[in-house]
Ligand binder design. Structure first.
Ligand code: PLP
Length: 396
């Protein structure tokens, strides 16, 4: 009677959501579950942003498809302050989550998709849904999971004029690693050489632990689209607000995405857009909130890193975001005796036997028997820890 599109058949529902549902199910059966699967900010939305949402709850109109002008101005201002760039409000596109924007970008753009392995769970399935093939770029644990300019060059040099899009995400989900200025500059130079479109997924840009996050757009302004949103640094994942900042050279791509948006979701929810203005305009309270969030995540991340290392896992110290990507290959023989041979089986057994929910490496682009997993260190009371941290650290 009906047939499912071949591109969608065989794709599992988003791994992150799947593990979250299973954890909730076990929890509802009375099991004690430590939820280190879903990468959701542990912190509440800053008070002033919640207040702005309340004030605008009555806004009911459809907004312009690219977003509210006031919000686009606020985001251009935010990028100009943090990156010393000169964006205008017209460079900004608003969407219901950066995930949706990433999908629309893939729909709008013609060419190959390059993504480093490991990468966030949804880039590859999004490509598969629209029938686009994915080219995985190797990265290595001993190299902090960083894509090197050389590896990128090797992939592009065979067919230098082929249209390609590279997604770079840092601080990284799933590894927590980031890049130095020199590394960004080197990647930017290769991107320019092959005229790549560089989608810089900086959704965790505000959640870095040392120094300042810098966008690669500084080094390749004409070809970089910055992706960010409210989900990770303002604790508002469920509100669904993401944004892309385009260089003027890529305005046709922005326009093409706006056509897709106009024929699908129309516009992002009006109250949320009004509230987002408060977040992107910033202020002392938001700065303080971010400062404390980073401190808390750094302490928790380093503690988890130490404990995992002591247990014998090979794991990089997190530099940002809220993830660790431990490798359990050292336990391969022990696990094989229990018939655990894949990262999926490992995570399933861990959840069932200990109540700890984490995500298998296979969801991040690795072959099934690569015994690693992603762990999101966010299962703690963010509101309470901000309250405690605020007292001690507010004047430091
Ligand atoms: N990019 C990365 C690397 C992520 O980890 C996520 C969320 O988990 C997203 C994009 C999507 O975020 P949102 O759609 O909530 O803006």
């Amino acid at each position: 009677r009906f047939a499912i599109n071949l591109n969608v058949r065989g794709i599992q529902p988003s791994a992150t959501l799947r593990i979250n549902e299973l954890s909730n199910q076990l929890k509802s059966q009375g099991k004690d579950i430590i939820k280190l699967g879903l990468g959701q900010s542990p912190f509440p939305v800053p008070d002033r942003v919640v207040e702005a949402l309340r004030e605008h709850a009555h806004e009911k109109d459809y907004l312009p498809v690219k977003g509210l002008k006031g919000l686009r101005e606020a985001i251009a201002g935010y990028i100009n302050r943090s990156e010393r760039m000169r964006c205008t409000w017209e460079d900004v596109l608003i969407g219901p989550g950066s995930k949706e924007l990433l999908f629309m970008l893939q729909l709008a753009y013609y060419g190959d998709l390059l993504i480093p392995r490991p990468s966030w769970v949804s880039y590859a399935p999004q490509a598969r849904i629209i029938g686009r093939s994915v080219h995985w770029l190797p990265t290595h644990a001993e190299n902090n999971w960083q894509l090197t300019a050389e590896e990128l060059d090797i992939v592009c040099r065979d067919d230098p004029s082929r249209p390609r899009i590279l997604i770079l995400n840092y601080p990284s989900n799933p590894t927590g690693c980031t890049y130095t200025d020199d590394q960004l500059l080197a990647i930017a130079n290769v991107a320019r050489k092959y005229r790549l479109i560089l989608l810089s997924d900086e959704i965790y840009g505000e959640v870095h632990f040392e120094g300042r996050h810098k966008s690669i757009a500084r080094y390749y302004p004409e070809g970089t689209i910055i992706s960010t949103g409210l989900s990770k640094w303002a604790g508002a994942g469920g509100w669904r607000l993401g944004t892309f900042i385009f260089p003027p050279e890529l305005r046709p791509l922005q326009d093409a995405m706006a056509i897709i948006a106009s024929e699908t979701y129309t516009a992002t929810s009006a109250p949320i857009q009004h509230a987002a203005i408060a977040a992107f305009n910033g202020g002392d309270d938001i700065e303080e909130y971010l400062k404390q969030s980073r401190r808390i995540l750094k302490v928790v991340g380093e503690y988890m890193h130490r404990r995992l290392s002591e247990m014998g896992a090979v794991v990089q110290k997190p530099e940002g975001a809220f993830y660790l990507f431990p490798d359990f290959s050292g336990f391969r023989d022990q696990l094989a005796k229990k018939d655990i041979k894949t990262s999926q089986a490992f995570c399933q057994a861990l959840l069932e036997n200990t109540g700890v929910a984490i995500l298998p490496a296979s969801d991040f682009g690795f072959v099934p028997d690569h015994l690693a997993a992603r762990l999101a260190f966010v299962d703690f009371d963010g509101a309470e820890s901000l309250r405690l941290a605020g007292g001690d650290y507010a004047d430091q």
